[in-house]
Ligand binder design. Sequence first.
Ligand code: UDP
Ligand code: MG
Length: 322
Amino acid sequence: MKLSLVIPLYNEEKVFPSLRTELARFMQILGAQAEVEVILVNDGSRDETWSQIMAFAKADPRVKGVGLSRNFGHQIALYCGYRLATGDAIVSLDGDLQDPPEVILQLWEKWRQGADVVFAVRKQRHGESAFKLFTAHWFYKLMSRLADTEAPLDCGDFRLLSRRALDALLRMGDQQIYLRGMVGWIGYNTATVEYDRPARVAGETKFNLVKMIRFALDGIFSFSQFPLRLCLILCVAATVPFLYYLARAFYLKFTGSHDLVPGWTSLLLCIIAFGCINIVALAILGEYVGRIYDAVKQRPLYYVKDLTSPEVITAASQRKND
Ligand code: UDP
Ligand code: MG
């Protein structure tokens, strides 16, 4: 039995020493029960993260490091790590120790009981701004309503996947990587484990408002066609006042009581309403067209710049062939 841990890292030099200590301790605890491999993905950090990864990999052969050619974002860094993982069970977690390694033992236990996908659900979150908690809460609510896929509420990217679940995920071939949605889409036996999410050990969050919005839009537009349906609903809803004014105009015409000037406001409102609906509908269509355009270009999702040792890639490709 082999367990892979996949950890994306972006400018985490401040956290890395604690991460290293915690991982070493975790590997010692698990060492008796299973073989462990740790895959550290450097997502184009501009600080000392990569040299720290190299030092760790040099000291411990179970640690493998891969460096991307630039910052591609958390989801893609994680996806790269998933591709390189060779374990029978694969756990993805954040590098800032907000996903505590001891919870992995619970995930692992559920996997041994037959689960393919084990979500670590946050019971409580410490050290997050009220704004982040509020937006996250509503985002997950909205997603669970809109999305054509099922993902548990308030669940990040801390999860375990069995080998077959990960293989299924890697075969999806999505060009917009939104792992929470993708994991919900593949199905298989799922289970959950609850935990308290602690605050970051050091450093600061890499998700600013713009990144959060982009991430939310990726989630919505990759996994839901509701926005397209919304255009239709808006158009249908807008015909109601239109029909009302049409009927009223006919009525006034035939009863002979013209009120051209009093009708000015309603006319203007109609024009504005229809104008807005057109623009909104076009914008929503534009979002999908943009994503289709990205998908048809078929670009690689990322480039690898550094490896701590060439075996990182050969081990993964051998796994695919067997
Ligand atoms: N991360 C990454 N690339 C990015 C942003 C973040 O690899 O572009 C990593 C980061 O180093 C951390 C994990 O993703 O290990 C989660 O990021 P963060 O803690 O900033 O997110 P938050 O917990 O605030 O949602
Ligand atoms: Mg964090």
